[in-house]
Design a binder for this molecule. Structure first.
Ligand code: PMP
Length: 309
């Protein structure tokens, strides 16, 4: 789902930024910190059988004051709350946020990828979820800083994105089967990542990132009702003044630059879309650098997006 495996690591402050890490990583699980590798979920877990869970992908970054901060935590919690509500899972954003901060502190993580997950557990093997137990976990993983890496090659997926009329574009676990199929197909075809296009030829999104293009100096964020309302996308629209509108595949192929963005991918330049090659992506590199400064609290105007760990 992330593009970062295609991105060369030029600088890794992991050791300096995450030096206080305990020998064994800890995870939050139903109200307490436990060893991440201790088995916890029973085999009857409903979410394992039917994908009845909701998750987030969040990042924290080391800040110039020697601390760390989570980027746009309330927005991630609000999106997760919406998904939980659909599944009938009780979700308190304040308590869920607190668990995230505690887990980061316990693991000594500053530059980190954060994965909270709320899911339905045991009680029935049927599809009426009312009797099921509800659970919440958080794991955090030290994340290296990726700068100016290799650009990814995009293949157009033969799969359609889950239509919003069937499955709302939220981070519902089961919905990601659609992304997994598209990613597998793209890899088998020799691409790094898949681009979903709808039946009318409009760009939806990638398997775990939203799509932008640059043409004659103007920046456009592809908008589609079936795409996840990305928090990085909203951030970049605000930072760059990008225009948000529907974009066709034909128009995307004519762009000067294409990039994709997401919490994990950050701002990732695209080298090629099927047989169309793009150049050096200079505007994308500029946005990449700007985004890197904003998430680390180096731009005072946007410090409001940071929650101190
Ligand atoms: N689309 C999909 C399908 C995703 O999984 C993600 C990653 N959460 C994104 C877009 C980007 O969203 P965000 O910027 O909020 O991480």
């Amino acid at each position: 789902m992330q593009l970062n495996e295609t991105t060369a690591v030029l600088e890794s402050p992991r050791d300096a930024a995450n030096e206080a890490a305990p020998a064994k990583p800890l995870a939050w699980f139903d109200g307490r910190l436990v060893a991440t590798d201790s088995p916890q979920a029973p085999l009857t877990t409903h979410a394992m059988h039917y994908g009845t869970g909701v998750f987030e992908g969040i990042k924290s970054y080391a800040t110039p004051d020697g601390g760390a901060a989570v980027f746009r935590l309330p927005e991630h919690m609000e999106r997760m709350r919406k998904g939980a509500q659909l599944l009938g899972i009780d979700f308190d954003p304040a308590r869920a946020s607190d668990a995230i901060l505690r887990t980061l502190r316990a693991n000594g993580h500053r530059d980190a990828y954060i994965r909270p997950l709320a899911w339905l557990g045991s009680g029935t093997i049927g599809l009426d979820v009312a009797p099921l137990t509800q659970h919440y976990m958080v794991v955090t993983q030290a994340a290296a800083v990726h700068l100016a890496g290799n650009a990814a090659r995009l293949g157009v997926s033969g799969w359609r994105r889950n239509p919003a009329t069937s499955l709302p574009p939220l981070k519902l676990c089961g919905g990601y089967i659609n992304s997994v199929l598209a990613k597998r197909e793209a890899k088998q075809r020799g691409f790094d990542e898949a681009l979903f296009v709808d039946g009318d030829g409009f760009v939806v999104e990638c398997t775990g990132a939203n799509v932008f293009m640059v043409k004659n100096g103007s920046i456009t964020a592809a908008r589609h009702p079936d795409a996840l309302d990305g928090i990085t996308r909203a951030t970049l629209v605000e930072l760059t003044g990008a225009h948000s509108r529907p974009v066709s595949l034909d128009e995307l192929k004519e762009a000067d630059e294409v990039f994709v963005c997401g919490t994990a991918a950050e701002v990732a330049p695209i080298a090629a879309l099927e047989d169309v090659e793009f150049g050096d992506n200079p505007t994308t590199r500029e946005f990449q650098a700007l985004y890197a400064r904003v998430v680390r609290g180096a731009v005072p105007q946007y410090e409001r997006w940071l929650t101190a760990v």
